[in-house]
Design a protein around this ligand. Structure first.
Ligand code: GAL
Length: 825
């Protein structure tokens, strides 16, 4: 867009300027070269304190993920046995004379938790909630020459959440420099309304402006709207007089005749820009992306988007990403979301807290519908030391900041005010719902397992909704309520692990809170899944591993649940627990996670991923499970399952057809195949035409590795990340499904290895090392760009394995529009 100008200054600092004449607003990435020291430190804020011996690092940073797994860590099961504690950060920066007469603020997208921030020894404030974005005005305390920001992060009392939280300044930071006459932080609120009569869309760009100078100012405030292709499509302008210290909320309206509508399939994004002009000089330019869409939740007809009935094919996510912990680089988040997109997923629940701002930008761009969740619990703690202790004092502030930050994202379609809130009262529910509605009346409010409360717009069901008959009964009692599966389906699977006998968590391996409960009382309400064989075929797997057939469930399997969604118009859809394995909330040492993800900690899809793809995506696909390397099982019947979305599927063993099966809505095709080594091939056809083919082969012993890089060029920005998928193969290149060889990942050149992960819940190797065992034949390494151009040389080797080499080119380039058009402030 023509009003955006990108400047790259120095080797690592990124500036964004929105301008027409003169400097208007500058947003400076503030993530580089912080000093860090674990533990508590005194005198940090006294003049002359030297942090020379502190570690030098870039944000985002999570010190918990750098630690070792240990059963004695007080975070226990919740933290996945990783450490927590107290940490200090300091950053020294030079005052820039360009800032004379300007306002300078610092923005934190998230600090876990209990942060205290100082500038030059002056305490700026405290924020207990570790998932909230916040900032401070630095202007009065800045001085010529060197300035120091210090941040104390206190995650000592753990568990401070029910899952792995991470510890530290684990999201990005920025400096924002503006004129004293400016658009306020989160100063846009964009809504639109369509006239039934004319079809014309009126867009209101509510704009909060403020004059923090000492004089009265006469200003022209211009509002421009740009189409998804960047064309100016509407403008308005007004004269405003602002006295010193005065704040005004304007609500300019512009009309759009036939706007492009936003949807997951076509995520059209407009940009609204506000310019504040005084005597021909631009004082501020502030922009926000938005989308135009209509949606409805209907008690009988479910959800519709832009008039089209749409089922929510949703997933719950936690904020961490395997070996990177809570400090997730943009590229890794984008890779993860792309995996979900390719699976056919169209919705994400931010369970159970606000996510990083870039997450919502990516959802806007890639096309996901978001249930944006504010809290896990309220004033009654759910984990011993969680936010519940701070809720009464902080909830209004945190909820306001959260809604104001996120309410312009077209992806966000529902607010969730909590999850399985302990002991909530109707009064509190009303208080929170009303509070949200005051700030944003355009979206409904729900709550995970909040269906019983009278004030909620949409009845959210978690695990309880997985019991047979729950919805039917609820609809009788509350016919006017729309139903959503806030947290359905819970199933567990370990990548590459199979069991042919069905397993129910509530019966076979009760979760701690279910121990002692009588399974017989709920027996007839659980959705039963027939065993795949009379005798267990795979007998030697560790107890903590779960089966990757759709037969390791809590109360309902994936297919039964999706049939409920399809069969019932009223059922809007569900958010499965979970998309990715997340650290923590394991069923006990030495497991670091419970394996709820359809994608493992490394980001490698499990078989369930393809099951969902067959149910949710129209892109032709075919997938076979299990693998076909089972020495010693010759002649034993192994259930072979095909996931396809064609109308028939045919399985071949060593070239011979084992029969064609019709593929119905349940996508349930199973062949009982007496094992013999060789190859299995699955052919998916639609109207008699082959649309997808896949095969698996018996592998011999491990001889080499193969590498697959998600990209080979990165920018010298200390941010870009390459994902390297590593597979252990036999001499012919077949993946060896049970291989657990230790491999070494060596990097040289302008980049660094930021994590290696294999997805094994029982592998407690530390994350920040270069050597790791493969799990079920695979692992993933993440390589981050440095700040100079050149080539990163990557060598992956292992004992007895032929090593492989790859090269990553690091180029100097202007930043991508994505990273600079974000307006988080
Ligand atoms: C749910 C809860 C989730 C997670 C899940 C594990 O009840 O809302 O956060 O704890 O159980 O089964």
């Amino acid at each position: 867009m023509k009003f955006l100008k990108y400047l790259k200054i120095g080797y690592s600092v990124l500036f964004v300027m929105l301008f027409s004449s003169g400097l208007a607003r500058e947003v400076q990435v503030f993530d580089f070269d912080w000093r860090f020291a674990l533990g508590d430190h005194e005198q940090v804020n006294t003049a002359g304190y030297s942090d020379n011996r502190w570690r030098l690092l870039d944000l985002p940073h999570d010190w918990s993920i750098e630690g070792e797994y240990d059963e004695s860590h007080p975070g226990g099961i919740a933290m996945g046995f990783l450490p927590a504690g107290i940490g200090w950060y300091r950053k020294t920066f030079d005052y820039d004379s360009e800032w004379d007469g300007k306002l300078v603020s610092i923005e934190f997208d998230g600090v876990y938790m209990n942060s205290d921030v100082w500038i030059n020894g002056k305490h700026l404030g405290k924020r207990p909630y570790g998932y909230i974005s916040f900032g401070y005005d630095l202007t009065p305390y800045l001085k010529p020459g060197q300035n120091v920001i210090a941040v104390r992060v206190d995650n000592k009392k753990v568990p401070s959440g029910r899952w792995y939280t991470g510890s530290g300044i684990y999201r990005s930071t920025r400096l924002t420099i503006t004129d004293p006459v400016r658009v306020e932080k989160w100063g846009h609120y964009i809504t639109s309304e369509r006239s039934e009569k004319t079809g014309i869309r009126t867009v209101t760009v509510e704009t909060s402006i403020r004059n923090e100078s000492e004089k009265t100012r006469k200003l022209t405030v211009e509002t421009n709207v740009f189409s998804p292709s960047g064309t100016l499509v509407a403008s308005s302008s007004e004269q405003v007089k602002l006295q010193s210290g005065e704040r005004k909320v304007l609500d300019p309206r512009v009309e759009l005749k036939k706007p492009d509508l936003w949807s997951p399939d076509s995520p059209a994004l407009y940009v609204a820009e506000t310019r504040i002009i005084e005597k021909g000089k631009q004082r501020d330019a502030y922009e926000t992306r938005f989308g135009i869409r209509d949606f409805e939740f209907h008690a009988d007809m479910g959800f519709s988007l832009n008039g089209i009935p749409t089922k929510l094919k949703g997933v719950c996510m936690h904020h961490d990403a395997g070996p990177l912990g809570a400090a997730v680089p943009f590229d890794v988040l984008r890779q993860r979301l792309q995996l979900l997109k390719d699976m056919g997923c169209n919705a994400i629940r931010t369970s159970h807290n606000p996510f990083a701002p870039e997450f919502y930008d990516m959802c806007d761009e890639m096309g996901f519908l978001v249930m944006d969740e504010a809290f896990d619990g309220w004033g009654k703690p759910k984990a011993a030391h969680d936010y519940g202790h701070y809720f009464d004092e902080w909830w209004e502030r945190d909820l306001e900041d959260f809604i104001k930050r996120d309410r312009n994202h077209p992806s966000v379609i529902i607010w969730s005010i909590g999850n399985e809130v302990h002991g909530y009262t109707k009064e509190w529910q009303k208080r929170l719902v009303d509070f949200v509605k005051d700030l944003d009346p355009t979206r409904p409010v729900t709550q995970g397992r909040g269906y019983a409360g009278p004030h909620i717009d949409i009845a959210g069901f978690n695990g309880h909704g997985e019991f047979r008959g729950t919805f039917e009964k609820y609809r009788k009692d509350f016919p006017e309520r729309t139903i959503i599966g806030t947290e359905i389906t819970h199933t567990l699977q370990t990548r590459g692990v199979y069991r042919t006998k069905t397993w129910y968590r509530v019966r076979d391996n009760p979760a701690p809170w279910e121990i002692g409960k009588k399974f017989s009382s709920i027996e007839d309400r659980v959705y039963k899944i027939p065993d795949l064989s009379e005798e267990e075929v795979f007998v030697d797997e560790p107890r903590q591993y779960d089966s990757s057939y759709d037969n390791s469930i809590v109360r309902i399997g994936v297919r039964d649940e999706w049939m409920r969604v399809l069969d019932n118009d009223y059922y809007t859809g569900n958010f499965r627990w979970t998309a990715f394995d997340y650290i923590g909330e394991s069923f006990g040492w030495p497991a670091r996670t419970a394996n709820f993800g359809i994608i493992d900690l490394a980001g490698i899809p499990k078989d369930h991923y393809y099951l969902y793809q067959s149910l949710w995506s129209d892109e032709p696909m075919a997938h076979i499970l299990p693998h076909w390397t089972h020495p010693g099982k010759e002649g034993i019947e192994i259930p072979v399952v095909g996931y396809t979305n064609g109308d028939t599927a045919e399985l071949f063993l060593n070239g011979e057809s084992l029969g064609v099966q019709a593929v119905d809505q349940r996508k349930d095709t199973v062949w009982m195949v007496p094992y013999e080594s060789g190859s299995l091939r699955l052919v998916s056809r639609k109207d008699g035409k082959t649309v997808a083919v896949t095969s698996v082969r018996t592998a011999k012993s491990a001889k080499s590795v193969t590498l697959a890089l998600d990209k080979e060029i990165v920018r010298a920005n200390r941010k870009d990340v390459v994902r390297v998928d590593i597979e252990i193969c036999d001499a012919k290149g077949n993946c060896v499904p049970l291989a657990d060889n230790r491999v070494e990942v060596a990097i040289s050149g302008p980049g660094r290895l930021i994590g290696v992960e294999n997805g094994d819940i029982l592998d407690l190797d530390p994350h920040k090392v270069s050597s790791r065992k493969a799990f079920r034949g695979k692992l993933v390494a993440f390589v981050q760009a440095g700040d100079v151009e050149g080539a990163i040389d990557l060598v992956v080797s292992g004992e007895g394995l032929k090593s492989q080499r790859a090269s990553i080119t690091v180029v100097s380039e202007e930043p991508a529009a994505f990273e600079v058009t974000r307006n988080y402030n």
